[in-house]
Write a protein that binds this ligand. Structure first.
Ligand code: UDP
Length: 254
């Protein structure tokens, strides 16, 4: 493989310089971490599945009018994306109580929330991604009030769209985390959806049985982690066979 410059290495992905200016190659690893790196492991084949799932969801969202960083899938583990300046905020959207909100507010896991709730966390491993308010974001200039508005509105639209998409395949979108970036083009700067949307960053439960089909299987040692990710891909209509055919994105972006 030709030498490529690594731009960034995270817990589950590596970013390399892309073939054209303004692009990056996003490489999905099999590494899994939880509880801010305290638990580490490998989920065999996760990178391959997540590359496909994120491609699929980003393409569907962009068809629905959400601007995303996704350009095209390059191979089994890699996709070409637009280079953005990541806004250091994790936007979490919740529909059903699970994970940290249960501890924080004393809620029972699985209880319906009165309405969808948007939360912001500051992206910092050292600080354990603390929950913050809009006022922190503007006071520390992590994003402008207009950018917060755009992230908030887009996050709820993404939630509505993905909730419907997942219900169609018998999955409940319990919650998810997304990240946004500033995309600079000519004299324009635009906030677009970046990073990934995969079972690493979403909670997905079977609508009938409430079986968990996401990273909680790894976090809680429930077993069958790879199988759960494969099941999500299968339900979304992503099959290993179609991975060998001409890739979805090339067809759609032509
Ligand atoms: N999440 C994530 N990365 C993080 C923190 C959370 O992808 O660094 C996702 C997580 O998978 C879940 C949602 O965001 O779908 C809400 O996570 P929560 O705040 O409940 O934290 P957790 O219980 O996952 O630590």
């Amino acid at each position: 493989m030709p030498q490529r410059r690594k731009v960034y290495e995270g817990k589950a992905k590596v970013l390399f310089e892309g073939p054209e200016p303004g692009t990056l190659v996003q490489h999905f690893k099999d590494d899994a971490t939880a509880y801010n790196n305290q638990k580490k492991g490998i989920i065999t084949g996760k990178g391959v599945i997540n590359n496909r799932i994120s491609e699929h969801l980003m393409l569907q969202l962009s068809r629905a009018g959400i601007p995303t960083h996704f350009l095209r899938r390059l191979n089994m583990r890699e996709q070409l994306v637009k280079q953005v300046e990541i806004i250091p905020i994790e936007v979490i959207v919740r529909n059903v109580a699970a994970g940290s909100i249960c501890k924080r507010l004393g809620l029972e896991e699985g209880s319906e929330l009165p309405r969808s709730i948007v939360e912001y966390c500051y992206k910092s491993d050292e600080l354990n991604d603390p929950l913050i308010s809009e006022d922190h974001i503007t006071a520390f200039s992590w994003a402008t009030p207009q950018e917060i508005d755009e992230m908030f509105t887009m996050s709820l639209r993404i939630n509505d769209f993905l909730t419907g998409l997942f219900i169609g395949v018998n999955l409940k979108l319990v919650d998810f985390k997304i990240e946004f970036g500033r995309h600079y083009q000519d004299d324009l700067v635009r906030v677009i959806l970046a990073d990934e949307i995969t079972p690493d960053s979403c909670r997905l439960w079977d609508t009938i049985t409430n079986e968990k089909l996401d990273k909680d299987r790894f976090r809680r040692d429930l077993g069958g982690v790879e199988e759960a990710y494969q099941e999500v891909a299968r339900r979304l209509g992503i099959t290993p066979e179609s991975a060998n055919q001409e890739n979805e994105s090339t067809i759609k972006l032509r």
